[in-house]
Design a protein around this ligand. Structure first.
Ligand SMILES: [Zn+2]
Length: 435
């Protein structure tokens, strides 16, 4: 170990130890060696810890200001990188028409690799700037383009899961693949990601959704995931009309369709899950499968209001997603606020729903996201031995905001309700400062 491998952060620290346990260390320290957290504690314990770790000569110490807090990096569990140019556009149509009118037309343009490069660079930089240290991306249909997304996250130092999507039905001819190509190209893509030999990026098996593929193809994809112990992502129960169509196509409830194809595992994350029945929720819990809640998208596409409280209380793992460009904003900071809004709106007409609070949405965007991606042993909070993915949040940057408090909980609340990328002073992924 050299001195350069060691970093110390001193200041107010907030992270979730579990869903209902927000820990505030005021003031505290984190010692980072290489990419990993070596020690965490109250500032008074620091000299003892340094001696214990034989780190007396370390110089790389960053002392936070009173207006700053250190929090774990934010996790976006569902977003479509190729749809980034469409953020904020085309919300005049519901899901299925929206896909046909705008999305497939946009995504098929990614045969153009220059265009791919420009868009992916923009989306990775934008999400990093908003504090997204881990992103679970849908790519497009094309391998060459999705490979560029892999290269881009590695270049900019973002942690990511990336999937080349599978789609053999119900899109324009030129934006479909044959089942044979779909399987062969998926295998090729997985190989490409592993050959990058990056600790930051993993492949994820990504059938777009039940209506875009067939049972046979889904079963083969389930087999690829099983053999490689790979993550899986797809969409479920986003829109009432879509749910009906899936049930009439397959003759069974939505979650059962994926279960029949062996796509529900503890490394599976399903986007949305608004209209899941009690039986479907039970099935997800049994399989250890997670839901990515995407509140901004659910409002923009008028899909519905997800009862996140119910999912959590039944034991479903839940993370937060921006779902750009179903969602208009690539910011997971904004997703936390919109999650609160949706939860409050839901409580108006389902009176037994207690709205989520700021601590709970912070959990969803950090530790909850890591659990939803089955990466809780690696990221999500500041437990010793985890990777140091972290943000320095500063709510004192703008005198016009007139924020006079310096209590760390108040800083966190202010950030969730009023913050944006300007308040993300620094971003660290695996111990490396990337903003
Ligand atoms: Zn989506």
């Amino acid at each position: 170990m050299t001195v350069e491998d060691v970093q110390i952060f001193i200041g107010n620290i907030i992270h979730c130890k579990s869903r209902l346990n927000l820990e505030v260390i005021k003031p505290g320290f984190v010692i980072v060696i290489g990419s990993k957290i070596a020690a965490v504690g109250e500032e008074t314990e620091l000299p003892h810890k340094l001696t214990q770790l034989q780190l007396k000569s370390c110089v790389a110490t960053r002392v936070l200001k009173k207006s700053q807090i250190l929090i774990p990096g934010l996790i976006d569990t569902h977003l479509h990188a190729p749809q980034y140019p469409n953020c904020g556009l085309g919300y005049d149509k519901p899901l299925l028409e929206w896909l046909n009118t705008y999305i497939y037309e946009l995504e098929k343009q990614y045969v153009d690799l220059d265009f791919s490069r420009r868009v992916y660079k923009a989306v990775v930089r934008k999400t990093l700037s908003n504090g997204t240290t881990t992103a679970c991306y849908y790519g497009c249909l094309f391998n060459e383009s999705t490979n560029i997304l892999v290269d881009t996250v590695v270049e900019y130092g973002q942690r990511a899961l990336i999937g080349k999507i599978n789609m053999t039905r119900l899109a324009p001819e030129e934006y479909l693949e044959t089942p044979e190509d779909s399987i062969a190209n998926t295998k090729k893509f997985v190989k490409y990601v592993f050959e990058k030999e990056s600790d930051l990026v993993l492949p994820i098996i990504t059938p777009r959704f039940a209506l875009s593929v067939t049972m046979e193809l889904m079963k083969e994809l389930g087999q690829i995931a099983k053999l490689g112990d790979l993550h899986i992502q797809t969409h479920i129960s986003e829109n009432a009309e879509e749910v009906k169509l899936v049930e009439s196509t397959y003759g069974m409830p939505y979650a059962q369709v994926y279960d029949k194809a062996n796509l529900l595992t503890r490394k599976t994350i399903l986007g949305h899950g608004i209209y899941l029945s009690d039986e479907e929720i039970k099935l997800l819990v049994e399989r250890g499968t997670a839901v990515s809640h995407c509140p901004d998208s659910n409002l923009c596409l008028k899909s519905g209001l997800c009862n996140v409280r119910k999912l959590l209380e039944n034991g479903v793992k839940v993370g937060l997603g921006t779902d750009i460009s179903g969602g208009a904003s690539p910011s997971i900071i904004k997703a936390m606020k919109t999650c609160l809004d949706v939860s409050i709106a839901k409580s108006f007409h389902v009176t037994e729903v207690k709205p989520l609070n700021y601590e709970e949405v912070f959990y969803l965007a950090t530790l909850g996201g890591s659990e939803a991606l089955a990466m809780e042993n690696k990221i999500g909070n500041f437990d010793v031995h985890k990777e140091f993915d972290a943000l320095i949040i500063d709510m004192g940057i703008n005198i016009e905001d007139y924020f006079i408090g310096c209590d760390p909980r108040e800083i966190l609340q202010k950030f969730i309700y009023t913050g944006d990328d300007r308040n993300v002073a620094s971003v660290y992924v695996a111990g490396v400062e990337v903003k």
